[in-house]
Design a protein around this ligand. Structure first.
Ligand SMILES: [Zn+2]
Length: 123
């Protein structure tokens, strides 16, 4: 008996560590949502520009738009990783590798709190 602790699926994390990681995920989610609204703004601005400006700046705008699109795609990927991590937190499977079921090492979780795979399974 290790004693004291309530039963949790992710037994290698203490309640305190999970609380820290959850707080970190929520901070990252908030930060990401702020940066996504900036990206929204950038993409909207480009649409307005395209109707009103000359050829050269239109090409600039298109270039900026494709940068914004690439950024938006990365943001969406990250958003779903963070949301999934928070869901695993709710369901009690947080910290377990979704591929092999092993404990994801805590050092890895503190660097990538959204990590869903252990270092062996990560692609
Ligand atoms: Zn694994």
């Amino acid at each position: 008996m290790a004693g004291g602790e309530d039963f949790v699926v992710t037994a290698h994390l203490t309640a305190e560590q999970r609380a820290d990681l959850r707080a970190e995920l929520e901070r990252q989610l908030a930060r990401l949502q702020r940066s996504m609204s900036v990206t929204d703004e950038a993409m909207r601005t480009v649409e307005l520009d395209q109707t009103a400006v000359g050829r050269l700046s239109r090409m600039d705008s298109l270039q900026n738009q494709s940068l914004s699109k690439g950024l938006r795609e990365r943001e969406l990927v990250r958003l779903s990783l963070i949301r999934e991590a928070l869901q695993r937190m709710e369901s009690g499977s947080y910290g377990l590798c979704t591929v092999c079921g092993a404990d994801v090492p805590i050092e890895r979780l503190f660097v990538f709190p959204e990590a869903s795979e252990c270092s062996d399974c990560v692609r």
